[in-house]
Design a protein around this ligand. Sequence first.
Ligand code: NAD
Length: 394
Amino acid sequence: LNVPNNPIIPFIEGDGIGIDITPPMIKVVDTAVNKAYGGSRKISWMEVFAGEKAVKVYGKDKEGKDTWLPSETMQAVRDYVISIKGPLTTPVGGGIRSLNVSLRQELDLYVCLRPIQYFSGVPSPVKHPEKTDMVIFRENTEDIYAGIEWAAGTDEVEKVITFLSDMGMRKKIRFPESSAIGIKPVSIDGSQRLVRKAIQYAIDNNRKSVTIAHKGNIMKFTEGGFRDWGYEVAKQEFGAVEIDGGPWCKLPNGIIIKDCIADAFLQEILLHPQDYDVVATLNLNGDYVSDALAAQVGGIGIAPGANLSDTVAMFEATHGTAPKIAGKNIANPSSLILSAEMMLRHLGWTEAADLVLKGVANAIISKRVTSDFSTQMEGATQVGTAEFGDEIIA
Ligand code: NAD
């Protein structure tokens, strides 16, 4: 990337705990950048709006609907290429899609990247959390998550039932008229571009393996397709050769490409996390797997993420708006701060990124931490969200 010394970075504060965790994130990043580059580089933050704050600022659109996601915000995220966001409430009510899903689809942010890294001292439900070191590549635009759904009793459902009856399929499956229906699109190019990114990441970062996690044993054409097309990319584009007659294969540099059925994978990551490294998976599996893995290394309060297209990169914490603790200076800001650390690395500002990582690691060791950690850490002192940010800076 050709990054200027003073890049403009749009940020969405986010709903709920967004107001708690965004200010310390900015403070930590500014301090790290200043310390790393002695004032010669600086981010110019530009606030853009989405979610409840957008409705407050923009009011209603021409059709009289609340403006949850203004076109100016979409444009800024596109134009400035790199951005960061807090969590957004999914508006309740028929016909309104999740803002996160809208952002991902409209900007074609097809990779959801979630590194799972353990920081020494973080309370964990497993005996050896340090064995978990994975990077999840979750497909972000397809699958049952695409939001193609119809409620029970609608005309569309009736049409699908008629179609299946005409195909002679209805007798073979239980499919009452009271069904709601969702469609699960999984495409060849959508799957391959995701697996391609995962393999390239494994190569660039000297990782040992890429595991394709899927439910191809049951959903043969969608999830099974994802697995087969993934292996195809490995062989045709990266020169992988089959091991013992396949389907596992090996890249010329020794990286293993393997697959695992998603339910078994959830067991595997608990029992043998050291056997897994980069993971490429479909949208819904990826959602479950990344939260389960986040719990293994301390919970979603410390889980960073990024949504990437071929051009745009939007960094975001993986958790939601945590409405019960919002505005109370309780939330753990690490998730968003570590997302910003990924952003700094993406900018190529590695020295600043390293400082942020070191700050988070040392703040945890200091045991002056937010309540999600302090209640489970012996001898810990509970501090607020802002104070934990200051501890990272210190
Ligand atoms: P959530 O992630 O907001 O909360 C789940 C649990 O984790 C809660 O107990 C919460 O208090 C805790 N938690 C979350 N972040 C924390 C932090 N930083 N520090 C300490 N504890 C934290 O999930 P939810 O309750 O299912 O969702 C609430 C809202 O967020 C919904 O509207 C949902 O649609 C939305 N959501 C948004 C995103 C996003 O913007 N990327 C992701 C998930 C959910």
